[in-house]
Design a protein around this ligand. Structure first.
Ligand code: FES
Length: 110
């Protein structure tokens, strides 16, 4: 288990959710009702960077074609508008362990 330091909790709390670069990865971080979440920040459809929170922070929306992913599980819950029949069950994104340490968000990437 290798924890990677990212942005401060204060910065994340200001925006609710944001994509950040962690080494060679892009991770979407969010905090909703005091709970932290981290998931792959690269959309499984056409590799755009996610996005912003929707539905009171339950989902993140991709800015390119509006696909939505559940923050908690990484499941695609709304297909891209350009591919309404996309196999959503195969297009989920990985989620990662996340924690706060001394005011900063840390993620554990595989
Ligand atoms: S790249 Fe994300 S919905 Fe198309």
């Amino acid at each position: 288990m290798v924890w990677h330091k990212t942005i401060s909790l204060k910065a994340l709390e200001k925006v609710g959710g944001t994509s950040v670069k962690v080494g060679d990865n892009v991770v979407f971080l969010s905090t909703v009702n005091g709970k932290l979440h981290a998931m792959n920040g690269v959309c499984s459809h056409a590799k755009c960077i996610l996005g912003h929170l929707e539905h009171e922070g339950m989902n993140v929306k991709c800015i390119c074609h509006d696909a939505e992913f559940e923050i908690e599980s990484g499941k695609m819950v709304k297909p891209p508008y350009v591919a309404p029949n996309a196999p959503m069950d195969k297009l989920g994104l990985s989620t990662y362990p996340v924690r706060e340490d001394k005011g900063f968000i840390e993620v554990d990437l595989p």
